[in-house]
Design a protein around this ligand. Structure first.
Ligand code: HAX
Length: 433
């Protein structure tokens, strides 16, 4: 057993004890009440989910196992001379709550490399799809195609005890994570680079191997490490995390659950926003030229709002300040691509958009989110097929949602089944019927 898995097994009894005690002695303690507006308002703000892997503070942004993004990037082990930490070390942190040693990271790297081979039938499945299939659809289908090898299903059919559920969930999750970057890069090279997939090099770490398979030179390996870490987890309530958790709560395996979560990520209000941002910026540049002034932007932003559309990359359901994931990407861009023309537009938009959203008075958060920045950096390094951007988001997101469902099973989270009411009932509660 690897040190990472051993660590989970060793801390699990204390976690289970805490949950049992809390449920037994304080199960009836109320946390919040639910307002009628929350029934039609996407359940915004209702506290009814639990995870210890990350926490999103509206003003501070995300903390991974208690560490802010700058702390995470600073503390996790890095390859000699590297700017960004190993993604594998981040996985260790998310799964165990501890910053790994170099030795522990190397063990995770080896473990994932050993699980990385993608069976040929996955490529056959992708090649059977119509050529204009969206890359997110391809990604989701590839994950489902792998489902037949689920260890969880096998062990479930062998009647394992429920206390063992986390173990095969762990195996499925790692088997999947080990392959996702290869599947993503394959889809990219197959669909957009004249069907020229590049063989994985399993002597490389996750970020470096991904850059290699994408066929993009350094510092794209550093960007990939940063990108996967930043996009990994954003607590439990966002659509991709919640969907993965919800589906897994039926004891569906990691393949079904992740594929479902990624289908949610594919929506334009969620992960697809990163492609929408670039599309929107380029529409503006097409209209007003390559060097738009603040006045040009001002007009374009208002035109977008007046036509009933949202400004992609701005606003958030929980955050109430600039997303620190935006800031980290901005710091990367300032270091590596300060003169990029689209980066300059992204920077200027930061001055223009928030006051307009404030003036319009609808969005609760006028500040940029993670998606406002990611596309421009990808574009700079030649990954210009923006339909593909959400697939990369999905690879990163898997690093958060899969550890979550391992811990869901470890702590015995129940099948989800909230209660619904009819409009008649709500009117009755409101006293208008
Ligand atoms: N542009 C214009 N209007 C916006 C807006 C924006 N960027 N953000 C919010 N609003 C509007 C909403 O559409 C809503 O209008 P209605 O009352 O007419 O429905 C109103 O402001 C209140 O919305 P809110 O409470 O501030 O925001 P929500 O929690 O409802 O929605 C969203 C959060 C992220 C979906 C929203 O801000 C949005 O649509 N942003 C643009 C798309 C985007 O960038 N999505 C990516 C978010 C990050 C993420 O999940 N990445 O995966």
């Amino acid at each position: 057993m690897t040190q990472m898995k051993e660590k989970i097994a060793s801390i699990l009894p204390q976690w289970r004890e805490r949950v049992t005690k809390l449920m037994k002695e304080h199960g009836d303690t109320e946390v919040n009440t639910v307002k009628i507006s929350q029934f039609y308002g996407g359940m915004r703000g209702i506290k009814c989910l639990t995870t210890d892997i990350s926490y999103l503070d509206p003003l501070e942004g995300i903390r991974f196992r208690g560490y802010t993004i700058p702390e995470t990037l600073e503390k996790l082990p890095k390859a000699p001379g590297a700017e960004m930490p190993y993604v594998e070390g981040h996985l260790y942190l998310l799964l165990t709550g501890e910053i790994p040693t170099d030795d522990q990271v190397q063990e995770v790297i080896k473990d994932l490399q050993g699980r990385g081979e993608v069976p040929g039938y996955v490529w056959d499945t992708l090649r059977a799809l119509p050529s204009d299939t969206h890359p997110m659809t391809m990604f989701s289908i590839a994950i489902l195609a792998l489902q037949k090898d689920s260890v969880f299903v096998k062990r479930y059919n062998e009647k394992m005890s429920k206390f063992e559920y986390w173990d095969p969930m762990y195996e499925d999750a790692l088997n999947l994570l080990a392959k996702l970057h290869t599947i993503a890069a394959y889809i990219y090279r197959y669909k957009y680079k004249d069907d020229t997939p590049i063989e994985p090099d399993f002597s490389l770490d996750y970020g470096k191997n991904y850059a290699h398979m994408m066929g993009v030179d350094p510092p794209y390996d550093e960007l990939s490490r940063l990108y996967f870490i930043l996009h990994s987890d954003h607590e439990s309530g966002n659509v991709s995390a919640h969907t993965t958790h919800l589906v897994a709560s039926t004891l569906s395996d990691a393949y079904y659950s992740l594929s479902a979560g990624l289908n949610g990520l594919a929506g334009p209000l969620h992960g697809l926003a990163n492609q929408e941002v670039l599309k929107w910026i380029q529409e503006m540049m097409k209209k007003v030229g390559d060097n738009p002034t603040k006045d040009d932007m001002h007009k374009f932003v208002w035109d977008t709002l007046k036509s009933g559309q949202v400004i992609p990359g701005y606003g958030h359901a929980v955050l109430r300040k600039t997303d620190p994931r935006y800031t980290s990407q901005r710091e990367f861009a300032l270091k590596h691509l300060p003169d990029d023309p689209i980066f300059k537009v992204v920077s200027l938009l930061y001055d223009v958009v928030p006051p307009i959203l404030e003036e319009q008075g609808k969005a609760k958060n006028p500040w940029p989110n993670v998606d406002a920045h990611s596309g421009v950096i990808q574009w700079h390094y030649g990954v210009q097929e923006y339909d593909f951007y959400t697939v990369q988001f999905g690879v990163g997101r898997a690093y958060g949602v899969l550890p979550n469902i391992i811990w869901d099973r470890a702590l015995g989270q129940a099948i989800e089944r909230p209660k619904s009411l009819t409009l008649d009932m709500l009117e009755e509660i409101a006293g208008i019927k």
